[in-house]
Design a protein around this ligand. Structure first.
Ligand SMILES: [Zn+2]
Length: 255
């Protein structure tokens, strides 16, 4: 016995199994991150072949048996071909997928998590915003959705709201103004400097309305500072590394 249900989702990981099957990790709207078997998905005539490829957003008809899901139907909605055909964009997309796999809810509703990655992939595909900006905004908002929202309202010691230069403390997710940072004992590898513009960008990605999340622009050096701090905050908060992130960085040293 089992139950059938329909939900849309994104294929965030895939393994080939045997000669014709595919084993997938899906980020679905209704059930969050699930593992599902797509039997026969690699046969040419299979109805689920296209919809079960990595990075495909599809409507899935899922059958839940006693322990696992299997995919009865997959109707592709978006294939993100422009992301797949560009090595750097693909590498970044796979990093987004790995982060979602780690942070998104399992077997629970996950609309916001799905919306976030679909928006990020669409922008990456469109190419109208710097990849680094999409990456940093995605990281900060995903952390915030997952319960790791930093407190960027004011200096955590004196309460001042704005400053030309502040220090983000990576372990605690708070910042100190320059005056308070002088007295702080946090070692350099656990702090990141943010200019006024970089702090404003980080605040935007944490607090802005979702519809405006990716809508900002920064001078290149400010974007680099913000994005570096965002990545360091993510790695310090999650206390682990990501293979896909290392691969993404390895590309920029080659190119
Ligand atoms: Zn202060």
């Amino acid at each position: 016995m089992g139950t059938q249900s329909v939900t849309d989702g994104l294929v965030i990981r895939d393994f080939n199994v045997g000669e014709a099957d595919r084993f997938l990790t899906l980020l679905t709207r209704k059930f969050g991150v699930i593992r599902a078997n797509a039997r026969g998905a690699r046969r040419m005539k299979s109805g689920v072949s296209t919809g079960t490829q990595l990075l495909c957003h599809a409507d899935f008809t899922l059958f839940k048996g006693r322990e696992k899901y299997s995919i009865d139907e997959a109707t592709p909605l978006t294939l993100f071909m422009g992301v797949r055909s560009d090595l750097e964009k693909l590498a970044l997309a796979q990093y987004f997928c790995e982060l979602e796999d780690f942070l998104a809810p399992k077997e629970e509703e996950a609309s916001l998590f799905l919306r976030l990655i679909l928006n990020a992939l669409a922008l990456l595909e469109a190419g109208k915003r710097p990849a680094l900006q999409i990456k940093a905004a995605f990281e900060m908002r995903l952390l915030s959705l997952s319960g790791y929202m930093p407190d960027l309202v004011a200096c955590s010691d004196c309460g001042i709201y704005e400053a030309d230069e502040v220090t983000l403390l990576l372990q605690s997710g708070v910042f100190l103004c320059a005056g308070c940072a002088i007295r702080d004992q946090t070692p350099p590898n656990a702090r990141a400097q943010l200019s006024r513009g970089a702090l404003a960008a980080m605040r935007h990605t944490v607090y802005a309305d979702f519809s405006r999340l990716f809508s900002f622009s920064l001078p290149e050096h400010t974007l680099t500072q913000f994005a570096t701090a965002s990545e360091r905050y993510l790695l310090a908060t999650l206390e682990r590394s990501f293979n896909t992130l290392e691969f993404y960085h390895s590309l920029s040293t080659i190119c």
